[in-house]
Ligand binder design. Sequence first.
Ligand SMILES: [Zn+2]
Length: 200
Amino acid sequence: MFEPYCIICKSKISFGKIVCENCLKKTYAPSLTEGDFKVYHYGKYEEPLSQLITEFKYNSHPKIGKIFGEKLASLFLKLNFPALNYYVSYVPSNYISKFEKGFVPAKLIAIYFSSILGFPLIDLFISKALKKQAQLSYKQRSKNVHNKIRLIQSPPENIIVVDDVYTTGSTMNEIANLLENKCEVIIGLTMAKTIHNHSL
Ligand SMILES: [Zn+2]
């Protein structure tokens, strides 16, 4: 496909590119969330990164998945983690969204991330949620969110869990519960973290 313009700022870019270097630079704003394990975020869920994520998730743009994998790999290298035998996995999408989109966004990022760093990629989690949140009542909704991820094999000693967006942390908490006492090192990596605005 011929894509001569940056999808964010519309400036001219070279063949095969989808977003310009200037816009990409603006996506980098790393942060750390310390919960049951540490989750590192490449940027904030605000423009232009939020636009790229929307384009990636809802228009299934695989080139953006490659860019995100590269960016997370560069973040991982910058953070100077001890050299261990890491495995890479990802936060699963629920069945319906997987069926509708035809791909699992976090998995695509994890595929590029793991291949750049030479870490094996494993399918560790599966989503149990079969119903779309919007179709459920409030009561059903909280039930749907609770325990929606299941472990499908015994986890490795050192695991990196990749996701696209970190919102409330409930998913990473669930993953922490599933991996509790089973792993030595758990590292979370997401492309973006949602910023909570408490303005009145
Ligand atoms: Zn641009």
